[in-house]
Design a protein. Structure first.
Length: 409
């Protein structure tokens, strides 16, 4: 029997689905890649794989809404060093990853055919407004490479896969000139977003006085658009009195969304912690994971989630901002929950207590006493990560086939 068609019963865990307000000790039955039943008494048959997850949280499969997973690039190209989707995501409970604009229209079809369509991980993507995207970072600086109609056409052609349009890295800290107007990348991305009816994610650098953060979030971005890297050092998150800047509150009221997008250089405790303490949270907790930050300060989504857990954010809120909330933001409301009949994407998580340290992008430490650990990941009903071999029989009591050498009847 194919692995994803086998019946799995996760027994004794705490079912945590913020979108359905479920937070109770119970069992969950998975069959044919679907969640078929949740209840305290789920009888098993001899074909069922019953797995004890006592003391663990059973949550929807996590969604990392900002990472970079297009394949490696030729050495002569100026590209972002990306990660392998399954190797880096399953071990942290992630079942859906959203590539944040690594590809523009020039490389997107190859990305879909060679990676998205072949991976066991569910992969969605933003299309970069620059035709070469981050495969060729130089195109993000060339306004002649910004093609709203083509980017929008790509988004509409692959509607179920494309989450939106990305603008990033444009003309940072350099004087503007005729060939580089201040808002060209943002404006072209918004034009593409309007054409395809999808949100824009903005990776943005203020360049004063002609390009300000307040203008981005209050005048440029539309309701449903996303500002990523919200707690990076360059943004005026706090005013002169240490209060959350009123422009962020006004932008949120307008409907602008804020993505964490941790990255190697885009998450600073001096912005994030005071904002959290004053009730300003990111809508979505995400990694901006690529090879330059997998050894720190990002590591994986669970590590970033653990930072907010250690700040004091309730477990339910942390899980919500890595499951249902990103699903809503990218227009895939069918994801991010444990609905009966829904796809069996499941993360089994344990919270460890102890003394832990967490670093930010400015190389400072926050002390914490809690962290998430992934015990198991199930994608489409198939166990894809099981580091403690919970789903396996003990070797002494393994079935007959285990003891039979190949070719022996």
């Amino acid at each position: 029997m194919e692995e994803h068609k086998k019946e799995i019963i996760l027994k004794g865990g705490i079912i945590l689905d913020p979108s359905q307000n479920i937070h109770e000790k119970s069992n969950i039955r998975i069959l044919n890649g679907k969640i078929v039943e949740i209840g305290k008494d789920l009888p098993a048959n001899k074909e069922s794989k019953v797995i004890s997850v006592d003391g663990c949280y059973v949550t929807p499969g996590l969604i990392d809404m900002h990472c970079h997973i297009y394949p490696s690039f030729p050495l002569e190209q100026d590209g972002l060093p990306t990660i392998h989707p399954e190797a880096h995501m399953f071990q942290s409970g992630v079942t859906t990853a959203v590539d944040a604009g690594t590809c523009g229209s020039r490389d997107f079809i190859r990305f879909k055919e060679q990676v998205i369509d072949k991976s066991r991980l569910r992969i969605l993507a933003f299309v970069n407004i620059a035709s070469g995207g981050m495969v060729n970072l130089g195109t993000e600086q060339d306004i002649h490479e910004f093609h709203p109609e083509i980017a929008a056409a790509m988004a509409k052609t692959f509607d179920s896969v494309v989450a939106g349009i990305k603008t990033a890295h444009y003309w940072v800290g350099i004087p503007f000139d005729e060939g580089h107007p201040p808002w060209e990348s943002v404006d072209k991305a918004l034009e593409a977003g309007n054409l395809c009816g999808k949100p824009v994610m903005a990776d943005f650098q203020p360049n004063l006085p002609k390009r300000t953060y307040e203008d981005l979030i209050l005048k440029k971005l539309r309701p449903g658009d996303i500002h990523t890297h919200v707690f990076a050092q360059q943004f005026p998150i706090l005013d002169s009195e240490g209060k959350v800047n009123a422009s962020l509150i006004d932008a949120r009221k307008k409907g602008v969304l804020f993505d964490l997008g941790h990255g190697a250089g885009s998450f600073w405790f001096r912005n994030a912690i005071p904002a959290y303490q004053q009730g300003f949270y990111p809508d979505v907790i995400s990694t901006d994971l690529y090879m330059d930050n997998v050894a720190g300060p990002v590591i994986n989504l669970l590590h970033v989630m653990s930072k907010y857990l250690s700040m004091g954010m309730p477990v339910k809120e942390v899980v919500y901002r890595t499951t249902k909330r990103p699903a809503e933001v990218i227009g895939h409301k069918e994801l991010g929950d444990l609905r009966i009949g829904g796809c069996a994407d499941v993360a089994v998580l344990r919270i460890e207590e102890g003394k832990f340290g967490y670093g930010d992008s400015g190389h400072t430490r926050m002390n914490g006493n809690r962290r998430f650990e992934c015990v198991m990941t199930i994608r489409n009903g198939e166990i894809v990560y099981d580091p403690n071999a919970l789903s396996m029989p003990e070797w002494e009591t393994a079935p007959k086939a285990y003891w039979t050498p190949p070719g022996v009847l």
